[in-house]
Design a protein around this ligand. Structure first.
Ligand code: FES
Length: 84
C-alpha cells in the first residue's frame, strides 16, 4: 500500500501559519495559506481555519470531507489508505 502524498502548505504573504496534524486525520491550518497535494496546483484559502486532507480519499481535495472517519470505522488506517 502506498501512503498518500503529504499536502504542502505555504503562507500567503506575510501571514503567520499554525499547522497541526489531527491523529489519523487532516491538517488544521490557521491563517491565510496556499495548499497543494500534487505537483503544481495550489489552492488559496483565507478561512480562519482550513482543514486539509492527509488521507487522499476526500472528494474535495485538498480539503478534508470527513472520509477519513469512514475509513477508520472500517478498520482502515486513513493515512495508509491508497489515494482515491
Ligand atoms: S483527512 Fe479527512 S478526508 Fe482525508
Amino acid at each position: 500500500m502506498t501512503p498518500p502524498e503529504e499536502p504542502r502548505v505555504r503562507s500567503r504573504g506575510e501571514a503567520e501559519l499554525d499547522v497541526r496534524a489531527c491523529p489519523g486525520g487532516p491538517l488544521l491550518v490557521r491563517g491565510a495559506a496556499r495548499v497543494s497535494v500534487d505537483d503544481d496546483t495550489w489552492h488559496d484559502t483565507t478561512r480562519p481555519v482550513s482543514v486539509v486532507c492527509r488521507c487522499g480519499a476526500s472528494a474535495l481535495r485538498p480539503w478534508c470531507d470527513g472520509t477519513h472517519k469512514v475509513l477508520s470505522r472500517r478498520g482502515v488506517n486513513p493515512l495508509e489508505a491508497p489515494s482515491a
